[in-house]
Design a protein around this ligand. Structure first.
Ligand SMILES: Cc1cc2nc3c(=O)[nH]c(=O)nc-3n(C[C@H](O)[C@H](O)[C@H](O)COP(=O)(O)OP(=O)(O)OC[C@H]3O[C@@H](n4cnc5c(N)ncnc54)[C@H](O)[C@@H]3O)c2cc1C
Length: 394
């Protein structure tokens, strides 16, 4: 199949916005088939329910099993370990597709794959992998990644949660502290927790949540991605299993995480853009379609261009990751540009929808609220600029 050809199941808008980057894709045929299945899953099991999930502030109970059935829970688990070993480029595309159906779900899948599955791949022992990975890959063990605390956000090294070795149980620690803004935190069975083990040394642990030392203190209500279970929790002598690693290496997984959040931003922007193009073609004022008015065309042109640039930044960063190269700068380029693009594109989408754009009847208002997360989660835009400047100026 020619990758630049218009495929029969794409509508014209999808083809236009996807054309340039598709031509340069290194995605394999097997991955293309996987992405087709993801698209079908989104069309039948995600997009039709996105409003319900937001209203209920929850995904269905069996969501992780359903995601696992589609191969979306452990897609980044490497081939040499018996996983699908989907490339970073295809992983990012999957996050984009999911975000077109439900951004909150895309955020969860992005974080689980980049951060938790990535953590297992790099730092877990054979015993830890044997104990947990089979259940994770079946969607039986729900996951979360806990770094942020009330006093440690952008400045991650301020983490106060403290780990103390448990006497007579080598490799096990008691954790004490508090974590905040943790995605899927009230639903997860197992978490990766960042904690301090001395004045200067931070590291990471695996912690089961079904234990007396773990208490969810509050569900955090957010303006967007509200279906996602975002919580604050307390750890009081919570038993955790050490995954020996340097803190910098553990949070280095955020490079792929940021590419995935950028891909999520692309999905949000693409969906808003597609809906807006359709709307502008059918809505008439002054005996003309909105699409025929130059100021509307300018907004559409800017959105199309910024979307394409975002997609290319995600793609080139992901391809570099797939070549085994360092991508700190590229991940920040992609996250910064794609997240700010998603916010501009969804804002323009509401503008072009006029009053209807501000109502719950049209999806663009939800996409606009969901887009905000991409400028904050996994490092706010200001931090991405710091990362870029540090790389450029060194
Ligand atoms: C819905 C949601 C889900 C999340 N999920 C998770 C999760 O699963 N796991 C997890 O660990 N965390 C999670 N987070 C936390 C997220 O990563 C943090 O919110 C983010 O890193 C920013 O930290 P903060 O909120 O403490 O803001 P702060 O660090 O207090 O920053 C506030 C503002 O100051 C700016 N700022 C801070 N330092 C500087 C600086 N040096 N120079 C310039 N500007 C600066 C920031 O960019 C920001 O604009 C989630 C957050 C949200 C909203």
């Amino acid at each position: 199949m020619s990758l630049s050809a218009k495929t029969p199941n794409m509508n014209t808008t999808e083809w236009i916005v996807g054309s340039i980057s598709t031509m340069m894709s290194e995605i394999t045929t097997i991955e293309l088939e996987f992405l087709d299945r993801v698209r079908q899953f989104v069309a039948s099991e995600v997009l039709p329910f996105t409003r319900d999930w937001e209203r209920d502030e929850a995904f269905p109970e069996d969501i992780w099993r359903r995601l696992a059935k589609q191969g979306l829970v452990g897609m980044t688990w490497p081939k040499q370990r018996g996983g699908p070993g989907i490339s970073c480029e295809a992983f990012c595309r999957a996050c984009t597709e999911l975000a077109k159906g439900d951004p909150a779900l895309a955020m969860n899948v992005a974080a689980v794959n980049a951060l938790v599955i990535g953590h297992f791949d790099h730092f877990a022992s054979a015993d830890q992998i044997d104990k947990y990975m089979p259940g994770i890959l079946k969607g039986e063990i729900a996951l979360a990644w806990g770094l942020t605390e009330p006093d440690a956000g952008s400045d991650a090294r301020r983490v106060k949660t403290h780990g103390t070795p448990i006497e007579g149980r080598p490799g096990y620690f008691h954790l004490n502290g508090r974590k905040m803004f943790i995605t899927n935190g009230g639903r997860a069975n197992l978490m990766v927790i960042m904690a301090r083990v001395s004045e200067t040394e931070l590291t990471a642990f695996l912690m089961e949540t079904a234990q007396p030392g773990f208490t969810v203190e509050k569900r955090i209500q957010t303006i967007g991605v509200s279906a996602s279970n975002t919580v604050q929790f307390k750890l009081e002598n919570a038993v955790a299993w050490h995954t020996p690693c340097k803190f910098e290496d553990a949070i280095g997984l955020l490079d792929r995480g940021r590419l995935a959040i950028a891909a999520m931003a692309v999905g949000i922007a693409e969906k808003a853009f597609e809906l807006t193009v359709e709307y502008a073609k059918q809505r008439e004022q002054f005996n003309r379609r909105l699409a025929d008015m130059q100021s509307v065309q300018n907004m559409i042109a800017d959105s199309a261009m910024e979307l394409e640039a975002s997609r290319l930044l995600v793609q080139s960063g992901a391809q570099k990751f797939d070549r085994g190269e360092k991508v700190a700068k590229e991940a920040s380029y992609a996250k910064l540009f794609a997240s700010e693009t998603a916010n501009r594109v969804t804002n323009r989408a509401i503008q072009i929808h006029g009053g209807r754009g501000m109502t719950r009847e049209f999806l663009v208002e939800k996409l606009w609220r969901d887009a905000k997360l991409t400028e904050i989660g996994e490092g706010a835009s200001e931090i991405q600029r710091l990362v870029i400047a540090k790389q450029v100026l060194r």
